[in-house]
Design a protein around this ligand. Structure first.
Ligand SMILES: C[S@@+](CC[C@H](N)C(=O)[O-])C[C@H]1O[C@@H](n2cnc3c(N)ncnc32)[C@H](O)[C@@H]1O
Length: 274
């Protein structure tokens, strides 16, 4: 069913200054249809009236659209390629050029799982690699709430389903029913809020000059319309160092292929622009 939701998007913008019309059309339609059903409205027209009368409803709809689901080592192929090929070769490159620091931007890091997964891989490589490299991960998200959770680094046992037992014991401390990330894993991560649609800033101010070897911008592009995907891609890749890589989610690979990026390993979601 194709319906014009302009009135609803205008209303949300008016009430909360958030432009939900940036979201991908089918994702937006699906979300609004779920809210129509859950609020027992019989039509889009009825929902328009409902959202006008119930200010909280706009917030619920916004929350639903701002999906912040994440997981440790979310795409196993990406993380396997990172662990076995990409990060060791990046370390070698640093060694050859006598640079010490690997710089990574996790650009939609949600509650931290992505940046902690990267930190685990790099800490483990520090033990096995003779080159004494440093690394810094700039973990950003537009949501203050998500960044607060990421900084806290507290996860339920269910949220850690993808973590093998060895890593769980080495990098987390059990607190009641939850697990807390150990400080060794946090010390090289800078958490801050950053909106990828910012007109003023090109890269997270905490990183000062960008120059990232790797930008991971996973499971975010596909929520937005093509025009906004392009803005995000331009913003993230403009901060890459020469020869740097961009990583996207499994379902977003086609977007990069359309924009003429080349995938380094099949299905890995790891791309370079030539
Ligand atoms: C589905 S989560 C993905 C988390 C993680 N990258 C992963 O792959 O597991 C999407 C995240 O993107 C963030 N986000 C959405 N729009 C954003 C924007 N314009 N700028 C920065 N972050 C944004 C949301 O707050 C949410 O935390």
């Amino acid at each position: 069913m194709v319906t014009d939701y302009t009135l609803i998007t205008n209303l949300v913008k008016h009430l909360h200054c958030i432009d939900i019309s940036q979201y991908d059309v089918s994702f937006l339609n699906k979300s609004i249809n779920v809210r129509i059903a859950e609020t027992h409205c019989n039509s889009a027209k009825e929902y328009e009236i409902f959202i006008q009368k119930n200010k909280e409803e706009a917030k619920i709809l916004i929350c639903m659209l701002q999906n912040s689901y994440s997981d440790f080592f979310r795409n196993p192929i990406t993380f396997a390629v990172l662990e076995r090929i990409m990060l060791p070769s990046l370390i070698l490159k640093k060694k050859e050029t006598k640079h010490k620091e690997i710089r990574i931007w996790s650009a939609a890091s949600a509650s931290g799982q992505e940046s902690y997964s990267l930190s685990i891989l790099l800490e483990e490589l520090k033990v096995t690699d003779s080159y004494n490299f440093n690394y810094r991960i700039f973990a950003t998200d537009k949501s203050e709430d998500q960044i607060r959770k990421a900084q806290e680094g507290k996860y339920s046992a269910t949220a850690l389903n993808n973590m093998n037992l060895k890593r769980l014991k080495q990098w987390f401390t059990k607190h009641g029913d939850n697990y807390i990330v150990k400080p060794e894993l946090k010390k090289n991560i800078d958490f801050s809020t950053f909106d990828l649609f910012s007109k003023q800033l090109d890269c997270p101010p905490t990183s000062i000059f960008g120059d990232f070897d790797l930008v991971i911008c996973a499971n975010l592009l596909f929520y937005y319309k093509p025009k906004y995907q392009k803005i995000i891609l331009e913003k993230t890749t403009s901060c890459l160092a020469k020869g740097g890589y961009i990583i996207v989610g499994e379902v977003e690979r086609d977007i990069l292929i359309k924009h003429h990026y080349q995938e380094l390993f099949p299905q890995s979601g790891i791309f370079q622009k030539y």
